[in-house]
Design a protein around this ligand. Structure first.
Ligand code: ADP
Ligand code: MG
Length: 370
């Protein structure tokens, strides 16, 4: 079934490879992260979502070095975070990461400006005079400079979180990591925090944010869904959003990645087919044969769109030919028919949507062949 080569392996600016985290409990060893492979590019704004207990905070803590993997590697830029000693970790973290927590965690005895100066003091960044000036400028950025000399307890939650963001920016780190930063804020304040994050990514910072708020998550540049300590394939989540997280994870485990060079035939009309395909890169063009005339192109599918659902659902031979666009290679993930049919049997909502797509695509095909 087509040309199969492994996709090019490229490591992102931030990279987790085979990250496992398990805890020993009374009931034995519990795996919380199960071999996570994940990459983030410089300047990306990524939302990490998933049910409570799925492993989001554990994942974030691997990046910040607050916690260590049981196995696997965590790279931030050229730094192998998983190998740093406690002392190295504290210095590296202070200079390279801004961390924002759900409960702000400002020091209660220090004024706001002193809280923001703290990371600069700790890492011995900037001169003593510059530190105060810089802290004031950061408080201005988050619209809190008029409160600079108050204690955190005098502020609302939203105000404290803005100060915590100013503190995270103290040493001008390239990466900001935030674990449910809007979890304790009303929606208007959450919106302001989100806007601030967008502004930071526009300036080139890499932002990784765990959130419960799916409407905020959708507005990040990318969403990473974690279920039961594993990353759900993002194209499965996009193509089949009505599956449960558990079902998406089941599909993810069974995916076969495939690569097709520009112009290559992915599947050929009238040959036998038994897979469902989701495009993960490039453009796949759909052609129909017409009696006594040349093939006609009827559709194009990009990342997150799928094909092969008609045959996977109803059986039989491919009803169209699908080729990689002439100028770009195509990457797909293929799901075997048995798994696809089983998922549809378990998810009424998904089956209904796929049935509708089948109906409308078949109708289009009939019209196009005339
Ligand atoms: P999330 O942030 O997605 O809600 P967490 O990463 O906090 O999830 O936790 C994932 C799972 O790991 C949970 O089942 C939690 O109980 C378990 N867990 C987290 N920390 C520990 C620990 N120190 N010891 C044992 N289990 C833990
Ligand atoms: Mg958490």
């Amino acid at each position: 079934m087509g040309v199969q080569t492994a996709p090019v392996h490229r490591r992102g600016f931030i990279s987790l490879r085979g990250v496992t985290k398990s805890y020993k409990t009374g009931a034995g060893e519990v795996a919380v992260l199960k071999g996570v492979d994940l990459d983030f590019e410089r300047g990306e704004f990524v939302a990490i979502i998933g049910k409570s207990g799925s492993g989001k905070s554990t994942l974030i803590n691997m990046l910040t070095g607050i916690d260590r993997p049981t196995a696997g590697e965590v790279w931030v830029g050229d730094t192998p975070v998983h190998t740093l000693s406690e002392g190295q970790m504290a210095v590296w973290r202070g200079r390279n990461l801004g961390i924002v927590f759900q409960f702000f965690q400002l020091l209660p005895m220090l004024s706001l400006v002193e809280n923001v100066m703290l990371p600069m003091d700790f890492c011995n960044m900037y001169s003593t005079r510059q530190r105060r000036e810089r802290a004031m400028r950061l408080l201005e950025l988050v619209d809190m400079s008029e409160h600079a000399h108050k204690l955190p307890s005098a502020l609302s939650g939203g105000q404290q979180q803005r100060v915590a963001i100013a503190r995270a920016l103290a040493n001008d780190p390239p990466v900001i990591v935030a674990d449910e930063p809007t979890g304790n804020l009303d929606s208007k304040t959450a919106e302001a925090v989100f806007a601030l994050f967008q502004q930071l990514t526009a300036q080139g910072k890499t932002l990784i944010m765990v959130t419960h708020d799916s409407s905020l998550a959708q507005r990040a540049g990318r969403t990473v869904l974690i279920a039961d300590g594993e990353i759900v394939n993002e194209y499965v989540a996009r193509a089949l959003p009505t599956l449960t997280h558990q079902q998406m994870l089941h599909a993810t485990r069974r995916l076969k990645p495939m690569h097709f060079p520009a112009g290559a035939t992915i599947l050929q009309e009238d040959t036998h087919g038994d897979h469902f395909f989701i495009v993960t890169g490039g453009t796949a063009n759909v052609f129909l044969r017409r009696p006594g005339a040349s093939d006609v192109m009827v559709a194009s599918y990009g990342p997150g769109q799928y094909f092969g659902e008609i045959e996977a659902l109803r059986g039989g031979k491919w009803r169209a030919t699908i080729r990689a666009a002439p100028d770009t290679p195509v990457d797909v993930v293929a799901l075997d028919r048995e798994t696809f049919v089983q998922l549809l049997a378990e998810s009424d909502a998904t089956r209904q949507i796929i049935e509708q797509v089948v109906q409308s695509r078949l109708a289009e095909n009939v019209a196009s062949r005339l």
